[in-house]
Design a protein around this ligand. Structure first.
Ligand SMILES: [Zn+2]
Length: 423
């Protein structure tokens, strides 16, 4: 009995002593270890300078400030400012500073209560800054730098209640994501007929500079549930650029006809200013004119819905086709319309009208416009990415990529709209 008690006590004692020794040794040995780590760690840097050893002053440009007056407050002499103004004549316009933009002063000397700037940083934008280096008394170094941009991959999802836009905002995403999403699915989802209950899940890249979001890089992959179907956008690099494909490897884009008619010649190109033949004054021509005989058939440049079919004083008889939420095409000066009415769906190549000279026109021609997000672009230089499906030689590689993206996107939790106003 006594013996077993002694054994138990000894065991407990050993455990206690071992534990004490363990913790004491931890304390002893852990400290030098941590110190070693600190030494190896890089000292904090900003604007390419090690912050240690400087007094740093951060402020913003106020109304009425000039770069010269601000620098002068930090001990930079009139001669030095003059020197900067001369040397930075073209590259660094010293007068172009904006109210509210930050500037940073690195100083290690104070003369008459004034901290003297050795390095002066002006933040031109959230992604760039100009550095004025006064450390060398003979020369002033002026350099413009771009900050490092980090790409961060994020996920988003939502169920449409009223609109895509509203869903994005309600779910706490940035508005530009709605635009990027509608561009990705432009050809497969009719964003004008979204229904409550339609939903989406996407993976996208955002751009950050020093933990501040500066923009959206784009949608990487996703799925949109619309019209009772899951419509997928799978990114895949077939040739030079990454394009989106559906799960079967078909391109998500539709091609545009190079020209919506057989024409004899381009009689007027896209230009932001030209002499107008009727008004005889410089006017922009944000379209291309194709000269063609009267009555030449005009084709729908791509699939879409007729949203304009009317007569305008300048346009004459014209047709407008909305292809998706991004692209619209306009056809003017027609002699007569094809058989399609407003609201009807047309396929690429369907005859929508015939060449004429109605409206402000000096001879039979087609005035053709392409609108991209409401902006008139040059139809002759417009090159939509190829719409070919995944090539059979690439299909195996595509299947692997597809599996990866589908697994990722499917695992995104579907976020329901947060009710902000509960009554
Ligand atoms: Zn024209």
């Amino acid at each position: 009995m006594k013996k077993s008690r002694i054994i138990i006590i000894s065991v407990i004692a050993i455990i206690i002593i071992t534990t004490i020794i363990y913790y004491v040794s931890l304390k002893f040995y852990a400290e030098p270890l941590i110190e070693e780590e600190v030494i190896e760690e890089k000292l904090p840097e900003k604007y390419g300078e090690i912050l240690d050893g400087w007094e740093i002053y951060i402020d913003t440009v106020r109304k009425g400030d000039y770069l010269g007056t601000i620098m002068n407050r930090y001990g930079i002499t009139a001669q030095q400012i003059d020197k900067i103004a001369k040397m930075s004549h073209d590259t660094f316009n010293t007068t172009m500073i904006n109210v509210g933009r930050p500037f940073v002063v690195f100083s290690d000397t104070v003369i008459n209560d004034v901290p003297v700037a050795k390095i002066f940083i002006y933040e031109n934008s959230r992604i760039s800054y100009t550095k004025y280096d006064f450390r060398n008394s003979d020369t002033i170094l002026v350099e413009k730098h771009e900050k490092h941009i980090d790409t961060v991959t994020n996920e988003a999802s939502g169920i449409i209640k009223y609109s895509l836009w509203q869903t994005m905002i309600d779910n706490g995403y940035n508005w530009d994501l709605a635009l990027a999403l509608s561009q990705t699915f432009a050809w497969t989802v009719d964003f004008y007929s979204l229904q409550p209950g339609d939903w989406f899940k996407i993976v996208f890249d955002e751009l950050y500079v020093e933990d501040i979001r500066v923009g959206l890089a784009g949608v990487k992959a996703g799925v949109f549930y619309h019209g009772g179907k899951e419509l997928w956008a799978i990114p895949f690099k077939q040739d030079i650029a990454v394009c989106f494909f559906d799960t079967l490897g078909n391109s998500m884009r539709k091609t545009f006809l190079k020209a919506p008619l057989e024409y004899t010649r381009v009689s007027s190109r896209y230009s932001t200013s030209r002499m107008h033949p009727i008004f005889n004054q410089a006017r922009e021509h944000l379209a291309v004119d194709f000269a063609a005989p009267m009555g030449t058939p005009i084709f729908a440049a791509s699939d879409g819905t007729i949203v304009g079919r009317a007569y305008g004083t300048g346009a004459g008889y014209y047709i407008t086709i909305r292809h998706n939420s991004v692209y619209t095409t306009v056809y003017m000066h027609l002699s007569k319309f094809g058989k399609y009415n407003i609201g009807e769906y047309v396929s690429q190549g369907d005859i929508i009208g015939y060449v004429g000279s109605t409206g402000w026109s000096t001879g039979p021609h087609l005035h053709y416009e392409i609108h991209e997000n409401g902006r008139k672009i040059d139809p002759l230089s417009f090159e939509p990415p190829p719409a070919e499906p995944v090539d059979s030689a690439n299909i195996e590689r595509f299947q692997i990529e597809k599996r990866k993206w589908i697994d990722w996107v499917k695992n995104i939790e579907l976020k329901s709209v947060v009710e902000s106003d509960k009554e």
